[in-house]
Design a protein around this ligand. Structure first.
Ligand code: FCB
Length: 454
């Protein structure tokens, strides 16, 4: 495979990504309030290894070293997230100066090394005080999120010009409120879609608040889109694909880019009435014009119709409420340690999903990467599978550009190994290895390959 940086435009953005709760640690410092993840991680059985983000990569104290590593890799951008509970410890009220100061120092350190900050405002760490009032099921949380976004842009907008409102609202709603695999661990079936609506409304309000505080800001949102294919062309399999594409992609893409929810998805969810009862102005707020769309791409789903009568024999709650019977097939392609099938060309499918709806909208891959079990031998991490994953997906990016898709940048997930949510520290995605005993960082072979490519 020949892959050359020259296949990409000279202003293409090359970054790595992380998220606050996954890397920062220092959860009790700088006046930070508790988040839903601090609470969730303490529930027995919630996290595979019983761990939490209390220490994580200690990035809060070691960010200067980490920025140095990024500079050595040669990246031109860093996508990090701002912990809402550092800015508003209780989710309401004035901005906490220590929280602002941390992100200001981080952004300044990046700028000094020629690395452009991309700040995500919500990568899943809702202030716990807001969860106590209903979290994303409470419409008021959207309002609170708008306030927080406005504070962040006003206080940091001189050093951060690229803003991402939400990261993967599908996960926040359907893993947080349907399957319960993520914080806050609720299992309320189709009503999880109410959280999705309030997240989207919060996104719209945040866009407005950022623009008001900083009219020249570059504002977008990040969705986790999946390439979805039916196993066969049978009516049942086509319907299964329609359902999963609907829940995963269209329920978020359509309101943001087209100004309306997909009627078939609301019907599958049995939530038409609830959605119709919301103010009609919501649709306008959610569709506030954005400057770019961030897409996190990891895999493709190949789906088939399940048994027509669903008897609930499992105690596990589904992340696809209303479409529980859809089967996700193993087509035999290689998988990562997460069990996610590797389909580099699916990256082009998801860019097209956005492009078809909004032909002029700049697109970024804001996450892409792979977990593998890393082995340290003689101080080296020879992670050939991860290297190949990156190479294949970058080749897909180059292909997308040749097809004329408006792809403007690529962020590798992740800069460093970190707290992988419900998997704790048992899954490593980093270009840089972290020894959690010593916090020592070692660039993996994949990281060296990436640096070499850059
Ligand atoms: C995405 C999340 C990110 C990370 C990767 C592996 O869904 O946005 O925080 O956990 O998956």
């Amino acid at each position: 495979m020949t892959l050359d940086r020259a296949d990409f435009p000279s202003d293409f953005v090359w970054g790595t990504a992380t998220a606050a709760y996954q890397v920062e640690g220092a959860t009790n410092e700088g006046g930070r309030g508790p988040s839903i993840w601090d609470d969730f991680a303490r529930h027995p059985g919630a996290i595979a290894d019983g761990s939490s983000g209390d220490i994580a990569d200690d990035h809060y104290h070691r960010f200067v070293e980490d920025v140095g590593i990024m500079a050595d890799l040669g990246v031109t951008a860093y996508r990090f997230s701002i912990a809402w509970p550092r800015i508003q410890p209780q989710g309401v009220g004035a901005a906490n100066p220590d929280g602002i100061s941390f992100y200001r120092r981080l952004a300044e350190a990046l700028l000094q090394r020629g690395i452009t900050p991309f700040a995500t405002l919500y990568h899943w760490d809702l202030p716990l005080a807001l969860e106590d009032r209903g979290g994303w099921l409470n419409r008021d949380t959207a309002e609170r999120f708008g306030d927080y976004a406005g504070f962040a842009a006003a206080e940091l907008g001189d050093v951060v010009t690229n803003w991402i409102t939400l990261n993967e609202p599908w996960c926040s709603s359907f893993l947080g409120y349907a399957s319960g695999e993520h914080a806050p661990g609720k299992r309320i079936g189709s009503r999880a879609s109410h959280a999705a609506h309030h997240l989207l409304l919060g996104h719209g309000r945040a866009v407005a608040a950022i623009r008001e505080a900083r009219p020249t800001a570059n504002v977008g949102v990040t969705l986790n889109l999946y390439s979805v294919r039916p196993a066969t062309q049978s009516t049942g399999d086509l319907d299964a694909a329609r359902r999963i594409d609907g829940l995963q992609n269209r329920l978020f893409l359509d309101p943001i880019l087209l100004g309306r929810y997909p009627a078939d998805v609301l019907h599958d969810l049995g939530e038409e009435e609830w959605f119709a009862a919301n103010p009609s102005t919501d649709a306008v707020e959610i569709a506030a014009p954005i400057d770019f769309l961030g897409i996190n791409y990891y895999s493709r789903h190949v789906v088939a119709a399940g048994p027509t009568t669903t008897t609930t024999t499992t105690t596990e709650a589904s992340s696809n409420p209303g479409s529980e019977s859809v089967q996700f097939l193993d087509t035999g392609v290689p998988r990562t340690q997460m069990g996610w099938p590797i389909h580099p060309d699916g990256l082009i499918d998801v860019l097209e999903l956005a492009h078809d709806r909004s032909p002029d909208l700049p697109l970024y891959i804001t996450e892409n990467g792979a977990a593998y079990e890393d082995v340290v031998t003689g101080g080296e991490i020879v992670d050939e599978e991860r290297r190949r994953y990156f190479e294949q997906h970058l080749a897909a990016c180059a292909d997308a550009l040749r097809r004329g898709l408006p792809l403007k940048g690529y962020f590798a997930w992740s800069l460093i190994d970190n707290f992988e949510w419900a998997w704790g520290y048992t899954r490593r995605f980093g270009l840089v290895y972290v020894d959690y005993e010593t916090q020592r960082r070692t660039v993996k072979h994949s990281g060296r390959w990436f640096a070499n490519f850059l």
